[in-house]
Design a protein around this ligand. Structure first.
Ligand SMILES: [Zn+2]
Length: 317
């Protein structure tokens, strides 16, 4: 039996994943439960506790529970501020779980992007790196910044909203945040589809069709050399390169970890252009100091388990 263990809980829009793991990332138990926005918060908290309590009975050396959440959190007060897929607004997740447990290990919460960065530092590409930026691109764009082994934290827990930094505030596509030309309008799953729709409406020669449009279809078409799909991914690659250069110039990281579903699915198409734009747009001194790496896709629940070590080690990874 390992000495100290932590529990990680990754709460997503469709499922919750649980692990019991040690400091080295060895997993002793794991489980998943479906989530539903139809369930009340109390019911979801009951279901989470019904899984955690047997773990607490079975493993005596659990020194904390980390919970990753899909949206902004108030980590100090233990509140999930907004989780649209779960229908949660300002719910006291930490206390709700704590009062349902038979034992009282400390509980830490963080949003899933910060959990991703912590997971990469403990178990993934950023091991041993004290200063790095983590960018994740999927349906949207998120990011986290680790400086001297501490995550950058904003005044309202909404730091690093790089997806809403504008590349083209005058002529760019309208974003849901009210601005035009946000990064998220050039590189994200929804951006690729919106971009393709715009061109399809104008009638271009492409194998893409508006009836069967998906990011997967666009990637497949680009792999076959389709001109429209290639154009859309070139724009995405350029936007990603610019975003990487922002990070390199602003934070002077030793490492830039990029990940998320869309990046992993498209990196073979994006890489040359993204890296050349990054190089061209970065200050030389900053560029030379930075390596770039794809994320290792550390399991979300394992990242949440690492959240406990992050807090209890006080900055020493
Ligand atoms: Zn925006």
């Amino acid at each position: 039996m390992a000495s100290e263990l932590t529990i990680g809980v990754d709460i997503g829009g469709t499922k919750m994943a649980f692990v019991v793991a040690d400091r080295a990332g060895r997993v002793f138990a794991s489980d998943t439960l479906p989530t539903s926005a139809d369930d009340s918060f109390d019911k979801t908290a009951d279901r989470i506790a019904s899984l955690l309590n047997p773990y607490l009975e079975a493993y005596s050396m659990i020194c904390g529970i980390g919970i990753g959440l899909p949206g902004p959190v108030d980590a100090e007060r233990g509140i999930a501020l907004h989780a649209a897929n779960l229908g949660w607004e300002g719910v006291p997740i930490r206390d709700a779980i704590s009062t349902r447990l038979t034992k009282s290990p400390p509980i830490y919460i963080a949003n899933d992007v910060n959990v991703g960065a912590i997971g990469e530092q403990r178990y993934g590409r950023a091991q041993g790196v004290a200063n790095f930026v983590y960018l994740t691109v999927g349906t949207g764009v998120g990011g986290a910044v680790m400086i001297d082994n501490r995550l950058l934290r904003g005044a309202s827990a909404s730091e690093m909203e790089i997806g809403h930094v504008s590349l083209d505030p005058v002529n760019g596509r309208q974003c849901t945040c009210g601005q035009r030309g946000c990064l998220e309008m050039s590189i994200s799953g929804k951006a690729l589809i919106a971009h393709a729709r715009q061109h399809l409406a104008g009638g271009v020669d492409t194998c893409l069709s508006s009836e069967a449009l998906s990011t997967r279809a666009i990637i497949g078409a680009a792999e076959k050399g389709d001109a429209l799909a290639t154009h859309i991914l070139d724009i995405a690659a350029e936007a990603l390169g610019i975003a990487c250069a922002w990070c390199v110039n602003l934070f002077n990281p030793k490492l830039l970890v990029i990940g998320g579903g869309l990046i992993h699915a498209t990196w073979h198409l994006l890489e040359p252009r993204t890296l050349s734009v990054l190089r061209a747009r970065s200050l030389p001194l900053n560029y030379e100091a930075t390596s770039i790496s794809l994320s290792q896709l550390v399991d979300g629940a394992l990242g949440a388990a690492a959240l406990v070590w992050y807090h209890q080690n006080e900055g020493q990874p």
